[in-house]
Ligand binder design. Sequence first.
Ligand SMILES: Cc1cc2nc3c(=O)[nH]c(=O)nc-3n(C[C@H](O)[C@H](O)[C@H](O)COP(=O)(O)O)c2cc1C
Length: 217
Amino acid sequence: MALEKKDLAMMREEYGSRELHRSDLSPLPMAQFAEWFNEAREVELDEPNAMSVSTIGLNGFPTARTVLTKFFDENGLVFYTNYESAKAKEIEANPRVCCLFTWLPMERQVRIEGIAEKVSTAESLKYFATRPRHSQIGAWVSEQSKVVSSRSLLLAKFSEMKRKFSEGEVPLPDFWGGYRVRPTKVEFWQGGQGRLHDRFVYDQLEDQSWEIKRLAP
Ligand SMILES: Cc1cc2nc3c(=O)[nH]c(=O)nc-3n(C[C@H](O)[C@H](O)[C@H](O)COP(=O)(O)O)c2cc1C
């Protein structure tokens, strides 16, 4: 059912359930991220590890898609994908990416700009081994981002791969693996009353230390 334009314009939430003060912040952005991420898990948000990753398309337009973060630490965030997908080609041409987490029930957003690089095969293998078997086979089946004439073709290829790998472990495809996004700039946004939101940005300096600044909402 289509919303009246008027109704859509009236859709708004009042924020302000929490505040973010400079004194709350960890000196390191990924430590601060860990704190917020753990809080998102504690309140049982749906898929808090889902993030939108933006790349610069080969045509110059920015482009974005959702992926799942499977690991993070002080060195950055890791997600897994097909190394021949559109995003992979874009990262190869320009490794500058932006990751966005939107945790609406907590009135929070985290924006992470950084440089994407492939993780080692050993790291991808370690993660691949933990995936359910059908997901491992799925990685072999999908030529991600390419045009496919029908779903039945995909299903036929899935059956073929299932037969091929009917015994033993499913090997890691050489066209599949992880990217680590090493942050260079991280912004934490906490919704505030009267749209006076709290925003703090961590900028990485040349000596690798981090400078924290409050931004106007
Ligand atoms: C909730 C959610 C999680 C997703 N997780 C992944 C993921 O971890 N890795 C991945 O390659 N694609 C994932 N996708 C699919 C991507 O959004 C995207 O369609 C796909 O990676 C192809 O993107 P590309 O053509 O820009 O390379 C996910 C989609 C959604 C909605």
